[in-house]
Design a protein around this ligand. Structure first.
Ligand SMILES: Cc1cc2nc3c(=O)[nH]c(=O)nc-3n(C[C@H](O)[C@H](O)[C@H](O)COP(=O)(O)OP(=O)(O)OC[C@H]3O[C@@H](n4cnc5c(N)ncnc54)[C@H](O)[C@@H]3O)c2cc1C
Length: 417
């Protein structure tokens, strides 16, 4: 039985030299057959397994991960969580996720370190202020929190911002979502993994899916580097590798994979207590709990599966940071990395059945799928268990590209994380 974490337990372990901790999840051998097999041990795959048991009582489930848990984008992202989108469909999805995040530490008995410190998106001209007002109005109409800030309001949230009248991107004001914030990425993956394992889910790491078993026109399992594993239903949650696996299953997805990079500075004393995004530089940053300045920007310019990112974008991100916070010019950057993200033409996810019956999709989150891990897992579990959409996932079905009903957040809210 999985032990509950508590302050008392921590104290007791402190007294006995931390000798009583158990592994947070098992490392089982795969069984030949499961009710459901989820490909991808990132946040979305693990959350799907957790909600399959919690919401639908299905625990004969395997999560198949080619590397280690959370070693994909879930462990590489800059952890911003928000629901400041333009379209009602998007706000319904991301606000549902935010609400699930708000109760997640308690639900999983695992501290995901959710910090709702707010996100300010800074506007640099009258035209951008109009766009900001449009998004704030849309968000309020769609039932989530949003506020329009003037210049003073922005500077109150982040006093170190470049407030010079001669700044290349002057501050006119911006939009603010107070319930937005950040969470610890590893903890989200590990919390879901531990809770799913406790419910009986087999988490199988170092096991790559190499093909699909198709019988009578239906997906009946997967071929892996540890042998064939059969499943009544299969979920695909592999982010940047979605189109690679879709090709193995015999269909194409409207996805291109790009490197998205981020970096952190040396730790410094607390100086920034919100997340700041500049529309002008397309750079965003916040200060981590350790004191590092975490900074990210846009996609690398060419599609790639290289998990490292290229120097021109690093230069772009750093110059953006210096434009926003000239005083950060003395910071030493400590680490830089990248993940491979799955970008869809309308910058909205794909959740729904695939062209191969029995195989369900959770992909296309691109640069913004950490914030949606709880909702993405919840909705894919619903699809697998019931075979039909929940009303929140319906607009994100793959068929929107055939019906021309795109949810174009690239145009609606601009892409950010
Ligand atoms: C630098 C960066 C910054 C980001 N910042 C933010 C942010 O601030 N906010 C936000 O909301 N989102 C952000 N994102 C996006 C977010 O990280 C992703 O959308 C999200 O983590 C996707 O989760 P996932 O579980 O779908 O994918 P992943 O975490 O990538 O998991 C997919 C897993 O599938 C596995 N896999 C792949 N192929 C196979 C195979 N053949 N067999 C078995 N397993 C396989 C991979 O090893 C991987 O572990 C950022 C991403 C990056 C890279």
């Amino acid at each position: 039985m999985t032990r509950r974490y508590s302050a008392f337990g921590l104290f007791r372990e402190g007294l006995r030299g931390h000798t009583g901790w158990q592994p947070a999840w098992r490392s089982p051998k795969p069984k030949p057959r499961y009710d459901a097999v989820i490909i991808g041990g990132g946040g979305h795959g693990l959350a799907t397994a957790y909600y399959l048991n919690k919401n639908h009582g299905i625990s004969n489930v395997a999560v198949i991960e080619k590397g280690w848990l959370g070693g994909g984008n879930t462990g590489r992202n800059t952890t911003t969580i928000r629901s400041n989108y333009f379209y009602p469909e998007s706000v319904a999805l991301y606000d549902f996720s935010l609400k699930l995040y708000e109760g997640l530490s308690r639900e999983l008995n695992y501290n995901i370190m959710l910090s709702q410190r707010g996100v300010v998106t800074v506007a640099h001209s009258d035209a951008e202020m109009e766009i900001a007002a449009r998004i704030v109005n849309a968000m309020q109409l769609n039932g989530t929190d949003a506020e329009l800030l003037g210049r003073e309001g922005v500077l109150e949230k982040a006093p170190l911002l470049n407030s010079s009248d001669r700044a290349r991107y002057p501050i006119f004001g911006g939009s603010w979502q107070g319930r937005a914030g950040v969470a610890r990425h590893d903890a989200v993956a590990w919390g879901y993994a531990r809770a799913a394992d406790a419910a009986g889910v087999d988490i199988i790491q170092n096991c790559e899916v190499t093909g699909f078993i198709v019988e009578n026109g239906r997906c009946a399992g997967v071929e892996t580097t540890q042998g064939a594993i059969r499943g009544d239903n299969i979920g695909l949650a592999v982010a940047g590798h979605s189109s690679v696996l879709a090709a193995k299953a015999g269909f194409e997805l409207p996805i291109r994979s790009y490197s998205l990079q981020a970096m952190v500075s040396e730790p410094v004393k607390p100086c920034l207590d919100t997340v700041v995004l500049y529309l002008g530089t397309a750079t965003y940053l916040f200060q981590s709990d350790k004191g590092e300045i975490v900074v990210g920007g846009g996609l690398d310019r060419v599609p790639s599966y290289a998990q490292r990112g290229n120097p021109p974008m690093q230069q772009h991100i750093i110059s953006g940071m210096l434009e926003m916070f000239p005083s950060f010019g003395q910071l030493k950057m400590l680490r830089q990395w990248a993940g491979v993200v799955d970008v869809v033409p309308d910058s909205s996810p794909i959740i729904g059945p695939s062209p191969l019956p029995g195989l369900y999709l959770n992909c296309g989150w691109g640069t913004g799928g950490f914030k949606s891990i709880p909702a993405g897992g919840w909705l894919l579990a619903n699809l697998i268990a019931n075979g039909t959409h929940h009303e929140i996932s319906r607009p994100f079905d793959l068929d929107r590209f055939a019906r021309g009903r795109l949810v174009d957040e690239a145009a609606g809210s601009g892409i950010a994380h």
